[in-house]
Design a protein. Structure first.
Length: 219
């Protein structure tokens, strides 16, 4: 990490202490973490809504979060980037709907300054019933020395886990509007369930798997 960025972090910490609140960052997504970031100006509206809904999952399209627009905001562990979503570890980037074309939704690059993860608030399920998770998957195609092509994410519901991968070779990335919907089924064993997405990229990665438009429906 550069001295310049460290100094900026100290300055922002002082601002936060004075304001008593969290202050997200924005900048040119896909650049090295050493590139200085700027303070974001909150947009006029929220992230786009999936008109088909997100099923049982609250805010799977992140539409309750302000839209970073043509930029991104960095969130660290234990910070909520939307009312129903929290960073599980390290950091992630909430990317604006107009920065790259991932279904025209806001998206989350699970590798912020380092490989991170997110989890949802709990939603109601019925023991023994099967449910389907559907979501957009893509990858940040910026050059990343830790793993330039293969992006890996694990999706967990209760104690059930499935691993997905995305290869960003030859422009197959979010920057070029490349993405695909993925589905996964799990069986509930509790009356409340939480979804967790965790990047399995190398710890120091800053260009990771990208997720968006997440929904959960009963089968």
């Amino acid at each position: 990490m550069s001295k310049l960025k460290t100094s900026l972090g100290v300055l922002l910490a002082a601002i936060l202490a004075a304001c008593g609140g969290a202050l997200p960052l924005a900048g040119s997504h896909g650049l090295s973490p050493d590139v200085t970031q700027r303070i974001a100006v909150p947009p006029a509206g929220n992230c786009p809504v999936d008109r088909h809904g997100t099923g049982l999952l609250p805010d799977g399209d992140f539409s309750q979060s302000p839209d970073p627009g043509d930029g991104y905001w960095v969130y660290s562990a234990r910070e909520s980037f939307a009312p129903a979503w929290t960073v599980r570890r390290r950091s992630v980037n909430l990317v604006g709907s107009s920065y790259w074309n991932v279904g025209d939704y806001c998206s989350v690059d699970l590798d912020g300054d380092q490989a991170g993860g997110i989890y949802s608030t709990s939603f109601t399920t019925k023991r023994g019933k099967s449910y389907q998770v559907k979501f957009i998957l893509s990858g940040n195609g910026d050059f990343d020395r830790s793993d330039p092509n293969r992006k890996t994410v694990s999706l967990q519901a209760e104690n059930q886990i499935h691993v997905f991968t995305w290869n960003v070779s030859d422009g197959n990335d979010a920057q070029h509007g490349k993405y695909a919907y993925q589905t996964w089924n799990f069986q509930a064993t509790r009356t409340e369930t939480t979804l967790t997405f965790v990047s399995r990229d190398a710890k120091g990665s800053f260009a990771g798997p990208v997720v968006a438009d997440i929904s959960v429906t009963g089968k």
